[in-house]
Design a protein. Structure first.
Length: 255
């Protein structure tokens, strides 16, 4: 456990020095701030527009950080040949993967907190406030980012950065379309195609399960049990993906 924490701490420091983080966070804050200007263009809907754009900005740029930083956590070590010195030490490959993952999770937490603070200031400036529903929505965005980060790290253990980014983006997009996969699979007759669609539905995560932005914007109640079930679902999916990532990386040969 100590080795995982050491790797996580070093990963956190390394990712904080990555310029892409500052660029993405800057554009996220700019997008959230621009919501005030867009809100003034609509009569009576300024508050909802600011909330909608703010939550969307946190989600979008959080996903970009998770993917484009996550895919480089392993590939950078391989490209720089430092992976050989790492695996030569008394460190298990699974500890290396988990340390990298938790280090990026810490980075995501800090960046999400910064974006949430910018979002809160934007709301206060426009005469609103950060209510409990918005905090719940941001919390579930964080759970979604944990799942996407786990997937990005897993893809980076066996393929190139370009393919890892492609797979991770596809994972995110299709994860929000799993309900459509279920509907499409239900319309197909029994056979190979139906089996493939059903397999995708049960294998890929239902990322829409974490999407409560619409309810938060319109002030609808988000039940505590729903939050608990979403967190448990996200944690279980992350655990499965990380186990797969450790197994893949354990079997990988470095030449």
């Amino acid at each position: 456990m100590n080795r995982i924490l050491v790797i996580a701490r070093n990963t956190f420091r390394e990712t904080l020095r990555d310029k892409i983080l500052y660029n993405l966070v800057f554009f996220a804050l700019l997008m959230i701030g621009s919501a005030v200007l867009l809100g003034t263009l609509s009569m009576g809907e300024q508050g909802k527009i600011i909330k909608d754009i703010g939550l969307a900005g946190i989600n979008l740029f959080g996903v970009l950080i998770a993917i484009f930083v996550g895919i480089g956590l392993v590939s950078k070590e391989i490209d720089k040949r430092t992976i050989y010195s790492i695996i030569a030490k008394p460190i298990r490959r699974s500890e290396f993967i988990l340390g990298r993952y938790f280090g990026l999770v810490a980075t995501l937490f800090v960046n999400t907190a910064i974006m949430a603070a910018g979002f809160s200031l934007t709301l206060i400036f426009s005469g609103g406030e950060m209510d409990l529903g918005l905090l719940k929505a941001i919390g579930l965005i964080g759970v979604e980012l944990l799942v996407i980060t786990a997937a990005a790290v897993m893809f980076s253990t066996f393929t190139t950065p370009v393919l890892s980014a492609t797979f991770s983006l596809a994972f995110y997009v299709i994860g929000h379309l799993t309900d459509d996969l279920r509907v499409l699979g239900g319309k197909l007759q029994a056979g190979l195609t139906k089996g493939i669609w059903d397999g995708l539905y049960y294998t890929l995560p239902n990322l829409e399960y974490f999407n409560v932005k619409g309810r938060a914007v319109h002030g609808l109640v988000i039940e505590p049990m729903y939050l608990v079930s979403a967190v448990v679902y996200g944690a279980a999916y992350c655990a499965v993906v990380l186990v797969l990532a450790c197994m893949i990386f354990q079997r990988r040969e470095f030449k």
